[in-house]
Ligand binder design. Structure first.
Ligand SMILES: NC(=O)c1ccc[n+]([C@@H]2O[C@H](COP(=O)([O-])OP(=O)(O)OC[C@H]3O[C@@H](n4cnc5c(N)ncnc54)[C@H](O)[C@@H]3O)[C@@H](O)[C@H]2O)c1
Length: 327
């Protein structure tokens, strides 16, 4: 389904120098590939900032769900007086959905790829994008761990390939981790930096090593929590409570793993394990088993916790309630 809408980026925002304004004025159409957990949030922030957003997914139902989620999240902003009803309808009006990649990217100035975390899939998508996008188009990926250099090497424009790593939930989290691949042009890096600031985010630039900074540090922490559970050192509740109350983490590592998606956590651990060739990054067997069994956390309805639509209560999965459970 294609619904064409119009809109324009407003660059009157204070504090932008002329060079930055000129860079940002070139970015009118943003295509977001993938409309899952991250894709819907990325579309949300771009549309709210005045960009024309082309949302593309192979699955129309995923896009319908994404639009409903964006609407609900904007209602929360309205309840907090952070957005008006008019802003909401204008922002939703700037989003167009596509299942055909060629149509979604033919006029794009920047693409943010947020499809499933899988190296073969990302390489296939970037080869297609390279063929279909205008020559000037920047190709960014929201990957959590996959090498930007490697993705870029499968295109004829590695200088225009960059990591633009938003955090979950995108409308709330301030950080954008920008990852320069080995061949990324400085101008492209500067543009994505300014663009992130324009979206109201705080960008940090890092180099292209497995897991970058965020997941090189976060994922071994999550994996260690899963190993501790697997070894019977403590239960789900104790592990998460210790990290919340003892280390002032807003969410325990097992709840966070459910929130991120256990499949995504597993993929990232595999990237770290392969990339560094170090056994300390081997994914926990329990994590592998849960992913293979389809217990992916919030997105599948159950992981370390059980999720019921409409309920905010944190309920430990039946499997982990009995502390004498075995792997
Ligand atoms: N979940 C997180 O907390 C988080 C945080 C930061 C970054 N990321 C990264 O963001 C990316 C997306 O993760 P997610 O959690 O949103 O995944 P998700 O599983 O929620 O959504 C992925 C979406 O991609 C779509 N898709 C698959 N193949 C496609 C294709 N060929 N073309 C278009 N769409 C396609 C799927 O239909 C699905 O809707 C991954 O690279 C992930 O590592 C995730």
């Amino acid at each position: 389904m294609i619904q064409e809408k119009t809109g324009a980026v407003k660059l009157e925002q204070a504090g932008l120098d002329e060079h930055t304004k000129a860079m940002l004025q070139k970015l009118k159409i943003v295509t977001v590939i993938g409309s899952g957990t991250m894709g819907n949030g990325i579309c949300h922030v771009f549309a709210q900032s005045g960009f024309n957003v082309h949302m593309m997914d192979i699955n129309q139902a995923a896009m319908d769900k994404a639009l409903a989620t964006i609407g609900k999240n904007m209602d929360r902003q309205i309840a907090k007086n952070a957005l008006t009803e008019d802003d909401k309808s204008a922002a939703l009006g700037r989003i167009t959905t596509y299942t055909d990649m060629a149509a979604a990217v033919k006029d794009a100035d920047i693409v943010i790829e947020a499809a499933t975390e899988n190296i073969d899939l990302k390489i296939k998508i970037f080869k297609q994008l390279d063929e279909l996008c205008p020559e000037h188009c920047i190709l960014a990926t929201n990957t959590s761990s996959i090498s930007i250099t490697r993705i870029g090497s499968h295109t004829k424009r590695p200088g225009k390939v960059i990591g633009m790593h938003f955090m979950n939930p995108v409308p709330v989290m301030k950080l954008v981790e920008i990852i320069n691949g080995y061949a990324t042009d400085k101008e492209v890096s500067n543009t994505v930096y300014s663009l992130s600031q324009y979206l109201g985010k705080v960008p940090c630039i890092v180099n292209d090593y497995p897991g970058f900074i965020s997941n090189r540090i976060l994922m071994p922490l999550i994996n260690e929590a899963i190993l501790a559970l697997q070894e019977g050192v403590a239960g789900v509740e104790e592990i998460d409570t210790i990290m919340k109350l003892g280390m002032a983490h807003p969410m325990g590592p097992l709840q966070l793993a459910d929130f991120i998606g256990l499949d995504t956590c597993y993929s990232i651990m595999n990237v770290l394990h392969m990339g560094f060739g170090n056994q300390k990054y081997a994914p926990a067997t329990l994590l592998a088993n849960m992913v293979q069994a389809g217990f992916l956390g919030v997105k599948s309805g159950e992981g370390f916790y059980k999720y019921t639509a409409g309920s905010k209560e944190l309920v430990i999965s039946e499997r982990f309630k009995d502390k004498s459970w075995k792997l």
